[in-house]
Ligand binder design. Structure first.
Ligand SMILES: N[C@@H](CCC(=O)N[C@@H](CS)C(=O)NCC(=O)O)C(=O)O
Length: 213
């Protein structure tokens, strides 16, 4: 099984299924496609009908879009253990995952993931409000597991890119939300991703925001 991803320094969408599969011990190969390619649409369309990364190829099956990939892996390889066991928790975890998947557009635009950079930005009110929402969600992490629910699940993988966006722009959260952020940042698979991202040299101009510090 192969997961095709974009540059690790920038590709938040790629990070989500990559982290989920790594953390759950699912074996896969990764193949990186540069988001800086002159002919990006053409190079991505060889792999994915949407011409976007990530895309998962499992034998003759191609699955694209982060949430669909995580759901497929959860059903095919994890017997459902990728979501919380409790039905109500599962509904909440799916709500939060969907909120992340389809929302937070100000945060995405104003704070692109750029792991190796240190930048200064002035945020709009919309982005500030989204950061407050992140702070609220993360502050309610599960006291025993340290994840959002009683075990690591898809929802944690969906929030991982936000944890990596914030240090670039010097953004700090309240104490409880910062504890959850640290849980993500200190996960061995996230540490590996960050190490690889820092070795990359390509610059994707559209993801370079703010003033260099
Ligand atoms: N909703 C999609 C979004 C994927 C996406 O936008 N991927 C970006 C890279 S992080 C991409 O492939 N961009 C290339 C392009 O839009 O041409 C998902 O969940 O996978």
């Amino acid at each position: 099984m192969k997961l095709i991803i974009g540059n690790k320094n920038y590709s938040t969408w790629s990070l989500r299924p990559w982290f989920f599969m790594q953390a759950m011990g699912v074996t896969f190969e990764e193949q990186l496609v540069s988001l800086n390619s002159d002919n990006l649409k053409v190079s991505l369309s060889q792999f994915s009908p949407s011409a976007k990364v990530p895309v998962l190829v499992d034998k003759s099956l191609t699955v694209w879009d982060t949430l669909a990939i995580c759901e497929y892996v959860n059903e095919q390889y994890l017997e459902g253990s990728g979501w919380p066991r409790d039905k109500a928790d599962r509904a909440l975890a799916r709500s939060l995952t969907s909120e992340m998947h389809s929302g937070f557009s100000a945060l995405r635009n104003e704070l692109p993931m750029n792991i190796r950079a240190k930048r200064q930005v002035t945020l709009t009110n919309a982005a500030q409000a989204e950061l407050e929402r992140i702070d609220d969600i993360w502050s309610a992490y599960h006291p025993k597991s340290g994840w959002l629910f009683d075990t690591f699940s898809i929802v944690d993988a969906f929030f991982a890119p936000v944890a990596l966006r914030l240090p670039t722009y010097g953004i700090e959260l309240s104490e409880n939300a910062a504890a959850y952020q640290q849980k993500l940042l200190s996960h061995p698979n996230i540490i590996d991703w960050v190490e690889d991202a820092k070795k990359e040299r390509e610059i994707v101009e559209s993801d370079e925001a703010g003033l260099e510090i």
